[in-house]
Design a protein around this ligand. Sequence first.
Ligand code: XIL
Length: 675
Amino acid sequence: MKKVLVKLVAGIISGMLLLAAGCDTLPKGTDGPREVPLTITADFNKKENKGNWVTYGDCKIKTKDGKAIVTDRKASFAGVAMPCPDYRGNTVNATVQVSSANTSCRLSLCYEIYGNVSYVNIAENGTTESSETTISGNIEIPANAQNAFIYLEASDVRDMTVSFFEISIVGPFNDLTGTPVEELADPSATASLSEAYADYFKFGVASPASVMTNKNDGFKKLILNQFNSVTPENELKPENVLDAVETLGNPEKYNESPAIKFDAAKPILDFCKENGIQMRGHTLIWYSQTPSWLFYENYDVNGQLASRDLMLKRMENYISAVMNWCEENYPGVIYAWDVVNEAAADNGGMRDCYWKQTVGDDYVEKAFEFARKHAPSGVQLFYNDYNEYQTSKQDDIIAMLKPIADAGNIDGMGMQSHISAGLDVNNYVNAMKRYADELGVIIHITELDVQAPGSVNSMYDQGVYMKKFFSAILEADKAGVPLECVTVWGLTDDMSWKSATKPLLFYGNLSPKPAYEGVMCAVNGGDVTKPADYVEPSSDMTPIFEDYENQDFVGKPRYSSVQKIVEGGYESSYCLENTEGYAEYDGYSIDVTAFAGHTIHVTFAIKSKADVCKCTADIDGTWPTIAEVQTGTDEWVLGEGDFEIEEGTMSLSIYVESSDMSPFYLDNFKIEATN
Ligand code: XIL
């Protein structure tokens, strides 16, 4: 490992690069090998560029008493950033302490990769103005990333005060300074997905506009060769279309009809027009990536929320202005609009958001009414959502859309499909059928990405899953389910908003992955090629038993929970405590893949103030319960259950959770095969 230097080499943050696409500035690194500090801490006693931090986006930053006070933020991403260009190819931890009246703040990573810009979320937490919140998370920076920096953004444009910001290397340092980035593969060497699927559905891709302005034209070539539908990844979202400077500069003039601009989207609209590719417009009405000033009287976030009447006017004017501008300037390019995105809540009913608060529960209905009124003829109107394959969310979405469908104001259901390679495909296809049958609409899969399994042959296993998934949707399509477009949410793994999970069809250098091969096998026949370095999966079925008396454990946190060994076990000295997390399902998880093809018997002792605790199999979309126990008395309770693990399962964990996020205490956790 390299020597740790306490000081960051001054040159790293000396330059600023103006991006052709967004005009935001990326902190730039210098070239060549140099010694690298393994931890970089922001020094807010020093000025920008001197104290390891820089300003990102349109805002003002003042330093006082070792803190950075960020004001005049014109965008939700504007604030403090820390460049870390030498950390490419490493997993890093970022930790920040912040107080802010924005309801939540988020750490994100930005980097350039072969001339494209990617943004990846790291961790998010609720914040208040009166107390400091810590936000911390790990993220892997792709090996070919350049000019990487981590920044703190917020749900809103309110001020924030940052008292601590640090980035450090997790695990051994992989020193890639001075190592050139890999060459791009020739995209024309790969057979076309859209041609292979031409008889069934369109094959689309989400792309940032930076692909169009990129000097590496390999990315454009890949789109032209592979896809026949394009979705702008961020450029047509309200935060990019609403013109803050113009609207806020003259709130009276724009009171009922906010000013709009298309600078961000033009390169991608031009590309589609010139090349005759059709575009999905994404998205008009959404709770996220929409500035909060839109919802206030006089567009002033320090004043009152606007009335229902005013918000209905703003909504109608925005929808009609955006649709009309696109149709006038790019006639026929946009063939479908995601009119409303993500209005259903994860835990039932409708999501609370500014649109719901100002307009009321019928805001979705109204949006579709306006969209139908103003849409050019033939343009299809979609509702779009995630976790759409889960039964309870499906029920909610169908109930919400039924009156809209009855009124003839919706044409399609957009199934985002951010899934993992454990999702039950039958369950997924049933969801697709239900939307089509019960609402009488067509289906687009709008944002497909498939988290690679954590198995030894991860890329190969992902490919095998892709074959299974595409075979199932193809069969459904052939059987009459009106699936008309499948869009993958990004071109390459490195450009994905979930890059760490390697969820797409192409590697960062544009070469096809086994996942691509799996998609092709589904339509052409054949099997995904086993790699030369294929490792036979372990079939070691030694029972797993944890009594925590030796104070260690093999499981892992599920999402953001924290596990600790504490005193006071079940008839013993120690047990495992599960705390924190943002949801009840942030629990304690153990890998049971080795038991694939067998039935496991699970026993445990558990104690919690929550009413119910459960042991669940981590199968995306179904999450079957293995054992459920009534807790809540603060007494130890015993749980047990059996679960049959399907033959051929590539990766499976089971996890323990409490019903209301109360801490739980676990002991004598035993997993053994019964057959
Ligand atoms: C994501 C983009 O991929 C990111 O670049 C951005 O930072 C956040 O939004 N559901 C949606 C998409 O409808 O618009 C989101 O896209 C992913 C989830």
